[in-house]
Ligand binder design. Structure first.
Ligand SMILES: [Zn+2]
Length: 81
């Protein structure tokens, strides 16, 4: 099975945000639903995941964590709003 999109929900205080990783060939686009991301900032939700921290994940494609780790190790990452 080829995985093209992986979604995680991460907690931030009382809120949760949706972080979506979309693979396009050798590029992975990363979006987040938080306000900072909508302003084009590099929010901590994405940065933490890209740094390999999985402690804030509360839901989503948990079965795809191994594929996600492979992506961030081997592919080019681009943040998108
Ligand atoms: Zn965010």
């Amino acid at each position: 099975m080829v995985i093209n999109q992986i979604t995680f929900y991460v907690k931030d205080g009382d809120e949760s945000h949706e972080v979506v990783f979309t693979r396009k060939d050798n590029i992975v686009e990363v979006s987040c639903s938080c306000p900072a991301a909508s302003y084009g900032l590099h929010c901590k939700h994405r940065l933490n995941l890209l740094m390999g921290s999985k402690k804030d994940i509360i839901d989503g494609d948990l079965e795809h964590i191994p594929a996600f780790v492979n992506w961030i190790s081997n592919l080019e990452i681009q943040t998108v709003p």
